[in-house]
Design a protein around this ligand. Structure first.
Ligand SMILES: Nc1nc2c(c(=O)[nH]1)N[C@H]1C(S)=C(S)[C@@H](COP(=O)(O)O)O[C@H]1N2
Ligand SMILES: [Mo]
Length: 160
């Protein structure tokens, strides 16, 4: 995924659909967030330092329609995962390009992945390339195979 070909699309319940280039994205203000990461298959990776663009920097630059309540996050290759807007628009949710000072490898979602520390890791789409805002919830990839639609590790919301 070379930066020249990288695109990020915003669609659905927004006033106008937009496409961002890698340069547009990286020009947004940067944040560093310390967070754990919990996989549904019971491993957790503690104390990661993620660096990237807070989701609110993107939300500030798009205008949601009043009925937008959920977002479908997509990753290059067809991966999707759904989130309620409150889970997405949270203090610790970011589009990360680095972990512990190193750029993310392609295996771990480079050049950019979503990180949603409060939910199971399948919500943290690797190779993230778009957001589709929705009025009603729809299931993403794992959710349609029976994973929980919300996915809070502290409530053990593994399966629906
Ligand atoms: N695009 C994409 N993102 C994805 C997945 C995937 O298959 N494709 N798997 C998810 C799952 S189930 C987990 S546990 C984490 C794993 O992240 P890691 O490979 O960096 O450990 O990525 C999540 N994001
Ligand atoms: Mo996972």
């Amino acid at each position: 995924m070379s930066p020249e070909h990288w695109r990020f699309h915003v669609s659905g319940r927004v006033e106008s659909e937009t496409t961002w280039s890698f340069d547009d994205f990286m020009a947004l203000p940067q944040v560093t967030i310390q967070a754990d990461f919990h996989c549904v298959t019971r491993w957790s990776q503690l104390d990661n330092t993620w660096e990237g663009v807070h989701v609110r920097e993107v939300l500030k630059r798009i205008q949601l329609k009043p009925d937008a309540r959920y977002v479908m996050v997509s990753g290059h290759g067809g991966y999707t995962t759904n989130l309620p807007l409150e889970a997405f628009d949270d203090d610790d949710v970011l589009f990360a390009h680095s972990r512990n000072g190193e750029p993310l490898s392609r295996e771990h979602g480079g050049p950019l992945r979503l990180i949603v520390p409060k939910l199971y890791a399948w919500k943290s789409a690797k190779w993230v390339n778009g957001l589709d805002f929705m009025a009603a919830d729809r299931h993403g990839f794992w959710e349609s195979y029976g994973y929980h639609s919300h996915g809070d590790p502290w409530k053990e919301e593994r399966f629906s």
